[in-house]
Ligand binder design. Structure first.
Ligand code: GDP
Ligand code: IMO
Ligand code: MG
Length: 423
């Protein structure tokens, strides 16, 4: 069997959590392959709403194996909070959740470093989630990281060496901080972490495949936040694209199956950085209000704009997307006209291939389509789709060269429409 991958094609928050939950019944295992608690994946069902940060979104569909892979960075304190909140709502996950020994730990000083680096950047700050993501991945790549598996070794000396190194950096930045409370919570959370199965996840996943089991890999963030291909330096610190699944789980490229690319019917971005189709007018405000565009974890207001097909075509190419999933269609239900950016104008030239940089003067060139002006939130089948909506889908499929197989018309698990497949 192969690993199917679900990942974001825009700047994150496309609705990955919801769709992973919807698809999980078809799978035996769900695995996160990168990112950490910078993610906020929202699921809604039976009138309840849950936000997951590090725990895979397959956790609610009983009896499935859920794996936090080696490519993930894990904060024990936030993990404990997340797991305890689930337990309090009747979801005991200790038996279903496995954690890779090769996943790197986010230390208290990583979080402080994240804040210190952002402060040092001043107006040029990235607008990170403040969860220590960048400093933790930096330590991983510079071979100074602390891994989950170190808990089973001489942990104290490994931790102390890392902490000392961080403290000298913080001193050089003249950054004042108090680590006492954070550190004691962190050690308490490490003890909590030890009750979970700490595994060599690359072996577990490859064994599952050999036994004919289906595995779904869950991406975090989105392609435009990828450290290599996103709007650098305003990106996260991991490879969010499909290739990140190979390194983040130990899956060979030839063992990747379907690649589900997920996008919103419009576009959002949170934090700093260029966003060519961003709207600064009442249309942008309207999208934000109707789409409740506030960060799932940080509560930050998300910037809103029209769909960007230059960026989406790039994302489809980088990921080898085989099926598209369109989210939040209902947010555009009341719009008379919908715009889609098909090219950029840069220095008077029309650009259709995503360029090296989108900073500075990038003018989006739009195509206008008629809105469907119909409430789609209660629709159950594509037979009910208004003509204008079908035209929007066909237009996007034509532009992106990949079929849209699933359409989401609301936040609930049930508000998901799988389209007919042509054989
Ligand atoms: P993720 O990070 O990709 O999992 O996405 P988030 O959870 O951060 O953000 C998606 C938000 O949109 C969440 O609040 C979801 O509950 C909500 N959502 C998901 N699908 C839909 C949809 O089709 N329509 C509407 N209105 N909301 C949706
Ligand atoms: P999910 O998985 C949206 C953004 C931050 C910031 C940049 C770097 O919910 O889609 P980091 O803390 O990673 O160093 O921040 O990336 N960012 C996200 N934006 N959704 C996310 O995750 C994000 N994770 C990070 O806002 O601009
Ligand atoms: Mg999110």
């Amino acid at each position: 069997m192969k690993v199917d991958v679900l990942l974001g094609l825009q700047w994150g928050d496309e609705g990955k959590g919801k769709v992973v939950d919807v698809l999980t019944p078809q799978y035996d295992a769900v695995a996160r392959f990168q990112g950490g608690p910078n993610a906020g994946h929202t699921l809604e069902f039976k009138g309840e709403k849950y936000v997951l940060r590090s725990i895979p979104s397959g956790i609610f569909q009983g009896g499935k194996v859920n794996i936090i892979g080696n490519g993930v960075v894990l904060d024990p304190v936030l993990f404990k909070e997340e797991a305890e909140a689930l337990a309090a709502s009747g979801h005991d996950i200790t038996k279903q959740l496995y954690i890779s020994k090769k996943a790197h730990l986010i230390l208290p000083t990583h979080r402080i470093l994240d804040a210190a680096y952002e402060a040092a950047k001043g107006a040029g700050k990235i607008g990170t989630t403040g969860k220590g993501i960048g400093p933790t991945y930096t330590d991983k790549v510079s071979r100074n990281g602390v891994r989950v598996g170190d808990l089973l070794r001489d942990f104290d000396s490994i931790y102390k060496a890392a902490k000392q190194r961080h403290e000298s950096i913080l001193k050089s930045l003249n950054y004042t901080y108090d680590i006492t409370e954070l550190e004691s919570k962190w050690f308490e959370a490490l003890e909590y972490l030890k009750q979970f199965k700490l595994i060599d996840s690359e072996h577990v996943i490859n064994h599952l495949l050999k036994e004919g089991k289906n595995v779904l890999a869950e991406g975090a963030q989105g392609t435009m936040l990828d450290v290599d291909f996103g709007s650098y330096p305003f990106v996260t610190s991991s490879n969010t694209i499909c290739a990140g699944c190979c390194t983040g789980l130990g899956v060979a490229p030839r063992n990747i199956g379907e690649v589900y690319g997920i996008f919103k019917a419009y576009c959002t971005r949170v934090g700093s950085g260029p966003f060519p189709t961003e709207l600064f007018d009442e249309t942008g405000d309207k999208i934000g209000q109707l789409g409740h565009e506030f960060g799932a974890v940080t509560g930050r207001k998300r910037r809103c704009g029209w769909i960007d097909l230059v960026a989406l075509r790039y994302a489809v190419m980088l990921n080898g997307v085989t099926q598209l999933i369109m989210m939040k269609s209902d947010v555009l239900d009341s719009f008379e006209t919908i715009k889609a950016c098909v090219a950029y104008k840069i220095n008077g030239e029309e650009v259709t291939d995503f360029p090296y940089s989108i900073e500075g003067e990038v003018e989006p060139i739009y195509v206008e389509l008629p809105g469907w002006q119909t409430d789609m939130t209660k629709m159950k089948s594509e037979d009910e789709f208004p003509e204008e909506f079908n035209a929007y889908l066909s237009f996007l499929e034509e532009e992106l060269g990949v079929p849209i197989k699933i359409v989401s018309v609301g936040p609930d698990r049930e508000q998901t429409i799988v389209r007919y497949t042509e054989e």
